[in-house]
Design a protein around this ligand. Structure first.
Ligand code: ZN
Ligand code: ZN
Length: 367
């Protein structure tokens, strides 16, 4: 079988929408007919060359759709199920999976940089040449093949263009509050950066019962949106001394929890400066892996806990259905995250808008 996909052939060049060929399904494979897929900053990093992957590759790791076929050994999904893809499949029996840290699965961290599924191979080709999978999902296409641990069944009632967001940005932001920081009711939470992940960190803090939620950004429109998601206070770091403002709002101590989603040296520093003694700081943002980041040593004192998280401590098979229900029951905001809906043919326009910082989330509507 073959299907249309947006293929990256060369760093810095536009994606090419063309037909790729799908090989036979492996025993643990799930074939998903995609209905929607978000464009995430991590995809853009690959296009721009900040993240190196073997090419050609199909990007996209925030997908939702309907299961079309399953491999012989699959037990976790059935044809017809509505699924959200997780970009972190896990083998279930390596060193880390055994210790309850599937996010660090050794099989995934070995095969993922090669653009392969967990068995170390690709299922996709173009004119006889191998095409790589991105983060074991590759959802900028009409179909994708994922390991069964990546095909997470969600309620049918949630629309696909909303559901797909759960697979990366929503999980990462909400999970930073609920799973990583474990924000407690009545606490104060500072969220730095009000893009897709930061807005979800704000609503994760709200869902956790935080009393005071403070958002920091440099864009007043994003701070307005942060209020919609549950922040009581917005601080524009271009105009105000953010550390002093956070202290003023937290009895002079600093925030109980800091969820950093800015991805700059300055936002990493602000995160620890504005955290109270004993606070938990979660870094979600990232800079180039070879970049040095400097902290004032005194800002790290006072028994602070510093954690870096890529996926908000995701346990997809527990968290995705929960997040879908929170949306369906009106407690989780997803509609407000979507700035733009695009067909697959216009994917390059979506990334151009993202590069300009003009969108929270652009979503491809497929099939
Ligand atoms: Zn992502
Ligand atoms: Zn594993």
């Amino acid at each position: 079988m073959n299907f249309r996909a947006a293929v990256l052939h060369e760093v810095g060049r536009p994606l090419v929408v063309e037909r790729v060929t799908l090989g036979p399904l492996g025993p643990h494979d799930v074939l998903v007919r995609l209905r929607a897929s978000g464009l995430c900053h991590t995809d853009l990093e690959v296009i721009e060359g900040a993240l190196a992957y073997p090419l050609p590759i199909i990007l996209g790791h925030e997908g939702a759709g309907v299961v079309e076929a399953v491999g012989a050994a699959v037990t976790l999904a059935r044809p017809g199920d509505h699924v959200v893809c997780s970009w972190n499949p896990h083998c279930g029996h390596c060193f880390y999976c055994d210790r309850g840290e599937p996010i660090l699965c050794e099989v995934f961290t070995r095969t993922q940089p090669q653009g392969h599924l967990l068995d170390g191979a690709s299922r996709l080709s173009l004119n006889g040449l191998e095409v790589r999978h991105f983060s074991a999902v590759s959802s900028h296409a009409e179909c994708c093949v994922v390991h069964e641990s990546s095909a997470v069944v969600v309620p049918r009632e949630i629309p696909f263009d909303r559901a797909c967001l759960i697979g990366c940005g929503v999980m990462t932001g909400v999970g930073a509050a609920t799973r990583v920081a474990r924000v407690t009711p009545g606490s104060s939470v500072l969220v730095i950066g009000a893009g897709a992940v930061g807005l979800n960190a704000v609503q994760g803090a709200r869902l956790s019962g935080a009393e005071t939620i403070i958002a920091v950004d440099v864009d007043d429109r994003k701070l307005e949106l942060a209020r919609v998601f549950g922040a009581a206070h917005g601080i524009n770091a271009l105009r105000d001394d953010a550390t002093a403002s956070v202290r003023r709002l937290t009895g002079g101590r600093g925030a109980d929890y800091v969820l950093e989603a800015g991805g700059r040296e300055a936002t990493f520093r602000l995160a620890v400066e504005a955290a109270r003694p004993g606070a938990t700081v979660v870094f979600l943002g990232k800079v180039n892996v070879d970049q040095q980041v400097a902290f004032r040593w005194g800002s790290l004192m006072g028994e602070k806990r510093l954690v870096r998280s890529s996926y908000g401590g995701a346990r997809p098979r527990q968290d995705f259905p929960w997040l879908a229900r929170e949306y369906l029951e009106g407690r989780l905001k997803l509609d407000e995250l979507i700035t733009q809906r695009l067909p697959l043919e216009q994917i390059n326009d979506g990334f151009a808008g993202m590069a300009k910082g003009a969108v929270v989330r652009a979503v491809l509507t497929l099939n």
